[in-house]
Design a protein around this ligand. Structure first.
Ligand code: ZN
Length: 890
């Protein structure tokens, strides 16, 4: 799954941008090659081998009927069979012989346990060991949120249309197919669906046959899938078009609503190239005959795309390129998310984690692999800075007590859902990047190839990967990997220079821990691979183990620890080194400039170093520094501005004046209009600077955006496609009531779901509090569409967290209907997490205690930690910023 990523910053790869009871497993479980006992919510002893599923959706009434016949293997005689099912009404359950024709025996009792999400079928006589078929007829409901089988309504020139899709990760196959809905229960699936003959049906595999049914219906039978986990099953039907291309024997396809297929051309070509790259990297050709990516109108605050095997599902916003609004950031996002989902076709689909404890094997790897593919296939995008940003995003969660280890024990459906976070995705990817640099690309690739080959169509735990990497690398990897995946947190390396002798610098490295909310914490111990380099000299490497190490670095002068920024740790330099790095800042590699600013900023906010260190580095960035550095600085300056919110307006004005004075010359240098052949990073930076200067209230930027917006009908050169999103961002942020109503009229009249969605999200970004209240009311009306409401409330929360949190909590029942069930426990606390009013901590705590089971409160704990940290920054750090601002005035 790909996470949605921030919407407000036009960030380049802002992507990277989702049961109580149950016992412990017995050894009979699938093919976990480790003896580790695996978690389960189902009793072991029965294994599904093959599912025959027939669905008859009734889109108009939001109901469906289903028949599922599952070939099962029973290990020992039993009187009952328990599987997963939620919201399904069974009309018939029979046990049949494995092959012989027979009407079989009906279940004597059907017990549905809504809490455990199971159905138990009891039989009068014991079910013997060996193979049987379990035949079930049932009915269920089609939802309106992206979960289970759901409907998305959208407007077209031919009137309102409804398309159906499925979303099963992590535990919603059970809402459509009664099943052993755990990743280790791999089986083959043969799906048939009865659908309107005029519509197109899509599943994991190509259509095998069709037969006409009654009243304009047709029964479509798809070829049987390979052996796979239930969460990867997919089905969609609607008024679709499909475009295809070939990569070797594979048919690559994009599926989109009628009229939009041309907007999928970019993704089609991207997918083809990515598939070729991965076939080569994994040395194991993509095994299915086709690979579709299905574009869906609508939205989810929790995911952007889903890797169903052979039939990826993506929201339009991250799959289609609309020639009237899409910009460079959109193109990069489409490419990157396609690369993420296609990486899952191997990492996740072909080889699957045994249980959700190892979810990071899927998500960390796909995130890392996608960044590698983007860098190789689009070197001109210069996306290397995205990995530093991603590491920082992981550390922003990992520095707090509410973090967790990459490999973590999960049991309940809610706990699985809350595992889809920055640690699983971004820290997972960062740790892989570090280990890949440590063993080298050829050894890493050889290990990955061996791992996939050994476990194809099976399930694994994390150590299965480490074993293959270590074997390929012929050097110790497992212990380092364990340190970073089995314990939470961030190593902090304190650097002291021992001086320069014989043309080499000796560094003393001491390992502590960077714990932002626990200053006196006793540090954990890691074995930390370190690369250090003096400018103009070859790098030196070591492993800091046991808490300290000395490292001799060739060369004297400026020395960077974590050179190239591939290590997952923070670095704190001694005062004299920090001063030297500040003075030599302009001469450093851009990636190290960004890493230095990130470290100084994080240490400063945590009170572990003077915040002035970070400001002094930014002060040294030349106006012609790398666009990637300026993008990062723009983000830092606007984020700090948010901590002034609600305080003394004069203090905020002084900060804004400073930040604008830093950023405006960079924008002025490149201008609003792009020159032909401009490098992509510059195009991205322009959008980021316009957004940041708008955010900081820069009058000139706001006026220019308004001027250009007013000319949108009469002078297309003033309102080029590349600038439209940026202009709209500024217009909406600073809208008055009249401008807001004008945007709303534009949203109502928008001709495509993508344009509509873009405008409604913008309506939710207004800074004016009265307009924010109107946006909240609008979000809960029928106007924006059922899947956009929750995202709009989240968008309001970015500027008005207290308002949005209280609004949503007060309308809990209405709000719950607009959220997929397994996401509710995370959604509400997250709304308040941007507050830095300490009173919000109690509000979130009261909400959690009253509404969330104790095992589902990580989202709440994390949100409370963020609020507490925000309050600390607002109350204790801004003073030093103010003093620094005053000191530098002439
Ligand atoms: Zn993913």
């Amino acid at each position: 799954m790909a996470r949605p990523g921030p919407f407000t910053l036009a960030a380049a790869l802002a992507v990277v941008l989702v049961l109580a009871g149950g016992g412990t497993a017995h050894a009979a479980a699938a093919r976990a090659s480790d003896a580790t006992p695996a978690t389960t919510q189902l009793p072991r002893g029965i294994r599904p081998l093959h599912y025959e599923v027939a669905l008859v959706p009734h889109a108009a009434t939001l109901t469906f009927e289903g028949r599922a016949t599952v070939t099962i293997d029973v290990a020992a005689p039993t009187r009952s069979i328990t599987l997963n099912a939620v919201g399904l009404a069974f009309s018939s359950v029979r046990l049949l012989p494995a092959s012989a024709a027979s009407s079989g025996v009906a279940a004597a009792a059907i017990d549905v346990d809504a809490q455990a999400q199971t159905a138990t079928f009891s039989f009068a006589r014991p079910v013997g060991a060996g193979r049987h078929r379990l035949a079930m007829s049932y009915a269920g409901a089609i939802g309106t949120q992206a979960n289970g089988l759901f409907a998305i309504d959208y407007d077209t020139q031919r009137g309102r249309q409804r398309a159906l899709f499925t979303q099963f990760e992590n535990a919603s196959a059970r809402r459509v197919v009664p099943s052993w809905d755990e990743p280790a229960y791999k089986a083959t699936f043969a799906l048939e669906a009865t659908v309107p003959a005029a519509q197109m049906a899509i599943s994991n595999m190509p259509v095998a046959s069709t037969r006409p049914g009654a009243a304009g219906l047709v029964s479509v039978r798809f070829a049987a899938s390979p052996r796979m986990s239930t969460y990867l099953l997919f089905f969609a039907v609607g008024d679709f078009e499909r475009a295809t291309a070939h990569e070797g024997p594979t048919e690559v396809g994009i599926v989109a609503r009628r009229g939009a297929i041309a907007q999928g051309r970019f993704a089609l070509e991207a997918s083809r190239r990515i598939l070729r790259e991965y076939n080569e990297y994994f040395a194991l050709p993509y095994p299915l005959p086709k690979l579709d990516n299905v574009a869906s109108p609508g939205s989810s605050p929790f995911f952007a795309a889903m890797e169903n095997w052979g039939a990826i599902y993506s929201f339009e916003r991250i799959l289609l390129i609309d020639p009237t609004i899409s910009n460079q950031a959109d193109r990069q996002r489409v490419f990157s998310i396609a690369a993420h989902e296609i990486a899952h076709q191997w990492f996740g689909n072909l080889v699957t984690m045994h249980w959700w404890d190892d979810l990071w094997l899927n998500e960390g790897f796909a995130t890392w692999m996608a960044s590698r593919a983007v860098a190789r296939l689009h070197p001109e995008w210069r996306t290397w800075a995205a990995s530093v940003r991603r590491r920082d995003e992981a550390m922003a969660q990992d520095a707090f007590a509410a973090t967790h280890a990459i490999v973590q024990h999960v049991e309940t459906v809610d706990q699985v859902s809350q595992a889809f976070d920055s640690i699983t995705y971004s820290k997972g990817a960062a740790v892989i990047a570090m280990l890949e640099h440590y063993v080298g690309d050829p050894a890493w690739r050889a290990g990955v190839r061996a791992y996939l080959k050994a476990h194809a169509y099976g399930n694994t735990v994390t150590d299965d990967l480490w074993r293959e990497i270590e074997r390929a690398a012929a050097k110790p990897v497992v212990d380092i990997a364990h340190d970073f995946t089995r314990q939470p947190g961030i190593p902090l390396l304190r650097v002291e220079r021992g001086g320069c002798a014989g043309g080499a610098t000796t560094l003393h490295l001491r390992q502590g821990e960077f714990a932002a909310d626990r200053p006196g914490k006793e540090p954990l111990r890691w074995r930390v691979p370190v690369i250090a380099r003096a400018a103009g000299h070859p790098p030196a490497r070591t492993i800091v183990a046991g808490g300290s190490a000395d490292l001799v670095v060739p060369g004297c002068g400026l020395v960077i620890v974590n050179a190239g920024q591939t290590g997952y740790f923070r670095t704190a330099y001694s005062a004299d080194q920090q001063a030297a790095l500040r003075d030599g800042f302009a001469r450093l590699d851009a990636i190290d400039q960004i890493g230095l600013v990130d470290d100084a900023w994080a240490l400063g906010l945590a009170g572990a170093a003077p915040i002035v260190d970070a400001l002094e580095l930014i002060e040294r960035a030349p106006v012609d520094a790398a666009p990637e550095l300026w993008g990062r600085i723009a983000e830092r300056l606007t984020k700090l501005d948010a901590f002034y919110r609600g305080g003394d307006p004069a203090r905020q004005s002084r900060w804004r004046a400073y930040a604008i004075a830093r950023l405006a010359p960079v924008l002025a240098r490149m201008g609003w209009d792009s020159r032909g052949g401009e490098p992509a990073p510059l195009t991205l930076l322009r959008a980021e600077l316009i957004g940041a200067l708008g955010e900081l209230g820069d009058a000139a930027t706001i006026a220019e955006a308004q001027r250009r917006h007013a000319l949108r009908e009469s002078d297309p050169t003033a309102y080029p496609v590349a600038l439209r999103k940026s202009i709209l961002q500024v217009i909406a942020r600073h809208a008055d009531a009249a401008a807001w109503e004008a945007l709303r009229a534009e949203a109502r009249a928008a001709s495509t779901p993508l344009q509509k969605e873009q405008l409604y999200r913008r309506l939710a970004s207004a800074r004016d509090e009265a307009l924010a209240r109107r946006a909240l009311e609008l979000a809960l009306s029928d106007e924006p569409g059922a899947t956009l409401s929750a995202s709009m409330v989240s968008a309001v929360a970015e500027e008005h967290p207290d308002l949005a949190f209280e609004f949503a909590v007060a309308r809990r029942e209405r709000m719950d209907a607009l959220l997929a069930p397994a996401t509710r426990h995370r959604y509400y606390p997250r709304l308040g997490s941007g507050s830095h009013d300490a009173a919000m901590i109690d509000k979130i705590r009261r909400f959690a205690e009253a509404n969330l089971p104790a095992s589902s409160r990580r989202g709440a704990e994390s949100a409370m930690a963020q609020v507490a940290y925000g309050a600390t920054i607002a109350n204790e750090r801004l003073g030093a910023v103010d003093a620094w601002l005053a000191s530098r005035r002439p």
